[in-house]
Design a protein around this ligand. Structure first.
Ligand code: KG4
Ligand code: ZN
Length: 320
């Protein structure tokens, strides 16, 4: 099937605690974009409970597809991994059933690759040129913090990543310690007030492109009684964003890239965006999980796979 023929793609995303469905034209124009989240349920516990997330996915998937007004689509793009197995299966099996019933092709999408394509969606690309290659991508989400070289559509080289907690995970765990609620990233951003608390910048001077954020959680825990939560929130945001920006710039220089792209939920962080003004960033509301970027990634990487051969893969990686 040629790229010209596949115009309208239905995207389905259920890798974690969002149930999302979108229709995107030509990989850039959002026709509909529906996201249902079970975040409020997880907020009570300060983190995601996988079984509960899968059950909520099951409840939401058909209403969300219904609400997206799916009609006359050419193909289905679905997240096959990485993510929580119970959650992934809901989207994958629904996509397979729809593909079989409607006789439409399926394009499997890697969730991390999907996040990157938020940079191809309107409104960003309405007035601006799409990103050019080679591009250096910083993917920062609740489960991942990776630096990836994007040589072309679908061509990735893994350069480095976190050795323990992801940046978003660090925000989520520290927000819990600080009693700021869940998800932690936006809560920390909101609570941050400049003060005199000091935290380390883990691995900032190391000669590699890896990260380590779990020590920051321990450091925050040890200072809970010495500083107000707002000061610790501010300093945590400074520490995480300093390290992310420093390593991203180092990688961009090393690989002499044409663009730096931010992607993932943490890319919504205003302080991060402010500290690296040369980077291309997705519109804030398209940073966190949605299906529009899944449909876009499917458009630009049209590898159709027969539905019988599509399987969820919770530990799918990006690049080699
Ligand atoms: O990409 P995403 O929606 O889901 C995953 O694929 O993990 O990312 C969710 C993560 C959470 O850890 C959340 O705390 C973080 O992104 N996040 C933020 C912000 N908005 C969401 N972190 C910092 N600042 C934000 N504004
Ligand atoms: Zn995500």
């Amino acid at each position: 099937m040629s790229q010209q023929k596949v115009k309208y793609i239905l995207g389905i995303e259920t890798s974690c605690d969002e149930t999302a469905c979108a229709i995107v034209k030509d990989g850039t124009k959002i026709i509909s974009n529906v996201v249902a989240s079970s975040q409020d349920i997880h907020a009570k516990y300060g983190g995601i409970i996988p079984d509960q997330a899968a059950r909520e996915q099951l409840k939401s998937i058909l209403p969300v597809i219904h609400e997206a007004h799916v009609a006359d689509i050419d193909a289905i793009g679905v997240t096959v991994g990485p993510g929580l197995i119970g959650s992934l299966l809901v989207g994958v099996e629904t996509a397979k059933a729809l593909a079989m019933a409607w006789n439409k092709p399926i394009i499997p999408v890697n969730h991390l690759v999907g996040h990157i394509y938020a940079n191809w969606l309107e409104p960003r690309t309405q007035n601006l040129e799409p990103p050019t290659f080679p591009a250096l991508v910083l993917i920062v989400s609740g489960g991942h913090s990776e630096l990836v070289l994007m040589k072309d559509h679908g061509k990735f080289k893994y350069l480095g990543g976190t050795r323990d907690d992801a940046a978003g995970e660090c925000f989520d765990k520290c927000a819990r310690l600080l009693n700021l609620g869940y998800p932690g990233g936006p809560a920390i951003e909101k609570a941050a007030v400049a003060g005199n608390a000091k935290l380390p910048r883990p691995m900032i001077s190391d000669d590699n492109l890896d990260f380590s954020f779990s020590g920051l959680k321990t450091a925050v825990a040890s200072k809970l009684t010495s500083y107000p939560a707002n000061f610790l929130a501010y300093e945590l945001q400074e520490a995480v964003t300093d390290v992310l920006v420093s390593k991203t710039r180092r990688a961009a220089k090393k690989y002499d890239v044409k663009n730096i792209l931010l992607a993932g939920g943490v890319a919504a962080n205003k302080r991060l965006r402010e500290k690296i003004p040369e980077a291309i960033c997705p519109p804030i509301k398209l940073c966190t999980d949605n299906a529009a970027y899944i449909a876009s990634a499917a458009f630009f990487n049209q590898k159709i796979v027969p539905w019988e051969k599509i399987n969820a893969d919770p530990s799918l990686g990006i690049g080699v």
